[in-house]
Design a protein around this ligand. Structure first.
Ligand code: COA
Length: 169
């Protein structure tokens, strides 16, 4: 792991499978304008019904593996691999630290390192891609630190790609 992880302020960061019990927090995080500023095109708030429907689909969708990020056992956000394509060995990653006090402390870097390691070494994927809003400089910085390369652009977003051989944990 990179020595940039020293940025972490001594919180014990752990990850657990995303669960239905996380839905009230998902609603809080997804409706948090400061966290979602550059993370979604949608301006519509989510609610319990939408998130329950989402979880029903998620549980039965083998192409998605999501994790809840905890700091000292407190859930602070979630991340995951979606669009998992076992044949093409590619997946699409995302992360959302929904609790305002926990961004900018190195937790994103620790979490993405863990997720990428999981995607390459447990799911046996060879490539990970993502889309990021061009204004989301903080996220772009994080992805560059992890060795993602910009490979294209669609509208307001950069498309970035990480090959397994380029991942240095
Ligand atoms: C993007 C996000 C995951 C980054 O996680 P984080 O824990 O806040 O980031 P880190 O503290 O690990 O820092 C990552 C990089 O951003 C930089 N950074 C930290 N705080 C910053 C800030 N306030 N402004 C700009 N850059 C900042 C750091 O310098 C670091 O780069 P470095 O390692 O080269 O020094 C997190 O801020 C987040 O969840 N944001 C809201 C949702 C979102 O935008 N998700 C991404 C969608 S593509």
């Amino acid at each position: 792991m990179s020595d940039k992880n020293k940025n972490n302020e001594k919180n014990m960061i752990t990850f657990r499978p995303h669960a239905r019990e996380d839905l009230p927090l998902r609603i809080k995080w997804l409706n948090n304008q400061s966290a979602m500023k550059y993370a979604s095109d949608s301006t519509e708030d989510t609610d319990a019904q939408k998130e329950n429907n989402w979880f029903d689909d998620y549980e039965n969708n083998p192409a998605k593996k999501f994790f809840t990020i905890c700091a000292d056992d407190l859930p602070i956000g979630f991340m995951g691999v979606r669009k998992i394509d076992e044949k093409e060995k590619i997946g699409n990653v995302f992360i959302l630290i929904g609790e305002d006090d926990y961004r900018g402390k190195g937790i994103g870097l620790i979490s993405m390192n863990w997720l990428i390691d999981y995607a390459f070494n447990v799911l046996h994927l060879e490539k990970l891609d993502l889309e990021v809003d061009k204004r989301n400089l903080h996220a772009i910085e994080l992805y560059k630190t992890l060795n993602f390369q910009t490979v294209g652009e669609v509208g307001d977003e950069w498309e970035m790609l990480l090959l397994k051989k380029d991942f240095i944990s």
